[in-house]
Design a protein around this ligand. Structure first.
Ligand SMILES: CC(C)(COP(=O)(O)OP(=O)(O)OC[C@H]1O[C@@H](n2cnc3c(N)ncnc32)[C@H](O)[C@@H]1OP(=O)(O)O)[C@@H](O)C(=O)NCCC(=O)NCCS
Length: 336
């Protein structure tokens, strides 16, 4: 018996034609054990009340009382309950599978990049996210009229392929000042605070703890103890960003309105307002403030203990060592 990449029991929302708009998985599981896998063959697709009761008993017998309890509760949602299995880490092939993968990341069951999301955009429907759940855009005008006829207003909070994460899961130990700024599929490590200007896309996130007042683009990973200053930007790989995966090391500070286009090592700082792209020419300074070489920023990718700033008189981008910089100091001394 081979173990599964993921499994979830979920509740679907559908449009009038029965097309799935989203799926909510309260307890998604990654890397399902052999014991649990053994009760799952044949359990897939829509489950009716009898199948759910049977599954609940089988899960209980396999020692998974949380799963058994969920299966019992889902009987109340009969007709909308789906069992989704991911046999291996293949690209998603349905809306239900796509949502399961996004849940696995936001529930911290897998890290960004650990589950294959190829083709995700094409699968997810663009829907109106309302206070009555997801609504098909073609059905929206009638639903808005229906609400008005009852003297109320249908609140449309966004029109997007991705919903906000917090309507599906709030992982333990986080603060999120403005919940619409974090998409389902974001990974927020324990101790992460996302302030109002912060944003975290899907398949991206933080190891935690950390303070996020800037934007974490799709695919970007931020290490433990790092601080993204107000309005700063990290380059994603989705549009025009090339194929370098951007990351921020541990205990870094990206200054307010700064930007990052290289993988940054541990304990690095980027001055407020400075955008460091891969091709930015950087003067590397020694301890005496002399330029010892000029390199493209990409060659400094991953190096720890760097301070990047734009000289306020000359405009040249400079790279200095922090006091604790050991690795770069060694590199500089080797160049002396
Ligand atoms: C780059 C930065 C880290 C430098 O801060 P710092 O290490 O405290 O440096 P200081 O301002 O004390 O300056 C130290 C020296 O470097 C010089 N210096 C600093 N930035 C410089 C620049 N851009 N160009 C030329 N010289 C500069 C200072 O003039 C000073 O020189 P001096 O010793 O001859 O007087 C800081 O300016 C910065 O941008 N921090 C980001 C803060 C932020 O945005 N936080 C997020 C909030 S939401």
């Amino acid at each position: 018996m081979t173990s599964l990449h993921g499994f979830g029991l979920g509740i679907v929302s559908e449009n009038a034609q029965g097309a799935v708009l989203d799926t909510f998985y309260p307890q998604p599981v990654a890397h399902v054990s052999d014991a649990l896998s053994s009760v799952l063959p044949g359990v897939s697709g829509r489950l009716d009340a009898a199948e759910l009761s049977q599954l609940s008993k089988a899960l209980e017998a396999a020692g998974d009382s949380a799963g058994a309890g969920l299966a019992r509760q889902l009987v109340a949602a009969e007709g909308k309950v789906v069992a989704t299995s991911l046999a291996d880490n293949a690209p998603p092939s349905s809306v239900e599978e796509a949502y399961l993968k996004l849940h696995l990341i936001s529930h911290r069951r897998v890290k960004p990049h650990e589950t294959d999301l190829t083709g995700l955009f094409g699968l997810l429907p663009n829907v109106a996210w309302t206070d009555q759940g997801p609504v098909d855009l073609e059905e929206l005008p009638q639903r808005q009229l229906d609400a008005r006829l009852k003297g109320s207003v249908l609140e449309v909070s966004s029109v997007d392929k991705f919903p906000k994460m917090t309507n599906y899961v709030v992982p333990a130990g986080v603060r999120i000042a403005h919940t619409a700024r974090v998409r389902l599929g974001a990974y927020l490590g324990e101790g992460t605070t996302v302030m109002h200007e912060g944003f975290i896309n899907f398949n991206a996130g933080t190891a935690g703890p950390g303070m996020i007042e800037g934007r974490i683009s799709a695919g970007v990973w931020v290490g433990e103890g790092s601080d993204l200053g107000g309005g700063c930007s990290t380059m994603g790989t989705l549009s025009g960003g090339g194929d370098i995966v951007i990351s921020v090391g541990k205990e870094c500070l990206i200054g307010a309105n700064a930007g990052l286009g290289i993988p940054l090592g541990d304990r690095c700082t980027i001055e407020a307002g400075l955008f460091v792209t891969a091709g930015t020419k950087v003067n590397v300074l020694d301890d005496g403030g002399n330029t010892i070489e000029t390199v493209s920023a990409r060659t400094l990718a991953g190096r720890p203990d760097l301070l990047f700033r734009r000289h306020s008189s000359t405009g040249a981008v400079q790279c200095l060592t922090n006091k604790s910089a050991i690795e770069l100091n060694e590199m500089l001394h080797a160049n002396n």
